[in-house]
Design a protein around this ligand. Structure first.
Ligand code: SF4
Length: 380
């Protein structure tokens, strides 16, 4: 049975981090009334979407991303989740995640989130060095992140993911491994280690000359050592940047990487549904206005109708991010030109950057390190 993921975008933050180019607004640009209005607009959008749909869509993951979803009150989470429960066929074991910033979490907030139905937290720790956290404009300290983690455990969250960033300004091998060790010592079920992406139009990019960043080779070395360290501690790498204990891979993100359909609600949210990819505009005011008009379709920009060839190319790109790799027979089903792509993989198989086992083709550890350039060679 086809199962879909739902993404809900919450575009509010306490303040803007120096490296962030996500669509999110700092506290100076909205009020608590705006947040309440936004939640009502989300409810209207969900209601409009399910109107006239004969059958309920089966959903096995719900993901509140942002922005800082943990700024919502327990009651606001409850409003959205209750409506989703009425509107969709939510599986009993659905994974229901909220991205959370440690500076927004209290014991009461976490209890309310748990009571509302959330069963997974993605905690944006980024680093356990206070100096690094301050440099990138995070509002929490390392101690607050640790405290938030323990509070979440106390409140019954038994599925917690921590995010770390590699390549931060001023980061050294020692400080990165200290952050990694501290993360591991908390025993989260999931860990993500993302390389810093310096995006134009962010304060960090504009001020880049004032900082010292660890070089590319140093970062590659640190990442490779981190993979080994995490493996020793029971974290299996299942995607380029993601590691999980057995049974705790992020189901929601797997929907994206498997090329499954997903529905996005809220400002700036993307959907891939019935073969069409669309993304909502990054315009909070316009979104709030749709609450009275109900015209959320006009708010979304249709980006692409995904034809078979595009679907096959996406499948190659996304599935090879995963350690489980791509299924050759699935690729053959998707495109009559599979031989073209598979032929290009031959060289990488010979050089040991890729491996084939039965029906599956995947990168080796060495291949992952240069996966971007291999993918662009295969696809373009
Ligand atoms: S908390 Fe997250 S979404 Fe908000 S500004 Fe920082 S990085 Fe961006």
């Amino acid at each position: 049975m086809k199962k879909t993921g739902i993404y809900i975008h919450i575009p509010f933050c306490r303040s803007k981090c120096a490296y962030c180019d996500f669509y999110s607004l700092p506290a100076t640009k909205y009020s608590s009334e705006t947040v309440e209005e936004y939640v009502h607009a989300l409810e209207r959008q969900i209601t409009c979407f399910i109107q006239n749909r004969a059958e309920k869509i089966t959903v096995d993951s719900i993901y509140f991303g942002g922005g800082t979803p943990s700024l919502l009150s327990g009651c606001q989470f409850d409003m959205v989740l209750s409506l989703l429960n009425k509107s969709f066929d939510i599986t009993r074991d659905a994974e229901i995640t909220a991205e959370s910033n440690p500076c927004t979490l209290s014991k009461q907030k976490l209890s309310e989130m748990k009571a509302a139905g959330l069963n997974r937290l993605s905690l944006g720790v980024q680093s356990f060095s206070d100096t690094e956290l301050e440099t990138i404009g995070r509002l929490h300290s390392a101690a607050q992140a640790t405290e938030a983690f323990y509070l979440a455990r106390e409140c019954g969250f038994d599925n917690i993911g921590l995010d770390l960033i590699l390549g931060l300004p001023g980061q050294t091998k020692e400080s990165f491994f200290d952050s990694l060790e501290k993360s591991v010592s908390l025993h989260p079920e999931h860990l993500s280690v993302y390389g810093l992406s310096l995006e134009e139009d962010t304060p960090l990019y504009r001020n880049r000359d004032f900082y010292t960043f660890p070089g590319e080779e140093v970062c590659a070395g640190m990442f490779s050592d981190a993979v080994s360290r995490l493996a020793e501690n029971g974290y299996q790498r299942y995607e380029i940047s993601n590691f999980a204990m057995d049974g705790y891979r992020c189901r929601h993100n797997l929907h994206y990487w498997h090329g499954d359909e997903y529905l996005g609600f809220g400002v700036a949210a993307s959907s891939y549904f019935n073969g069409v990819r669309s993304t909502a505009r990054k315009d909070l005011r316009a979104f709030l206005k749709c609450r009275s008009s109900g015209d959320f379709d006009a708010f979304s920009v249709v980006e692409e109708v995904i034809g078979p060839e595009e679907k096959a190319r996406e499948y190659i790109m996304l599935s090879l991010r995963l350690t489980e790799g791509l299924s050759v027979s699935k690729l053959k089903e998707l495109t009559p030109d599979s031989g073209f792509y598979l032929g290009k993989c031959d060289n990488y198989l010979k050089s040991g950057l890729m491996r084939k086992e039965n029906d599956r083709l995947f990168f080796t550890e060495r291949g992952f390190e240069v996966s971007n350039s291999i993918l662009s060679e295969i696809l373009y």
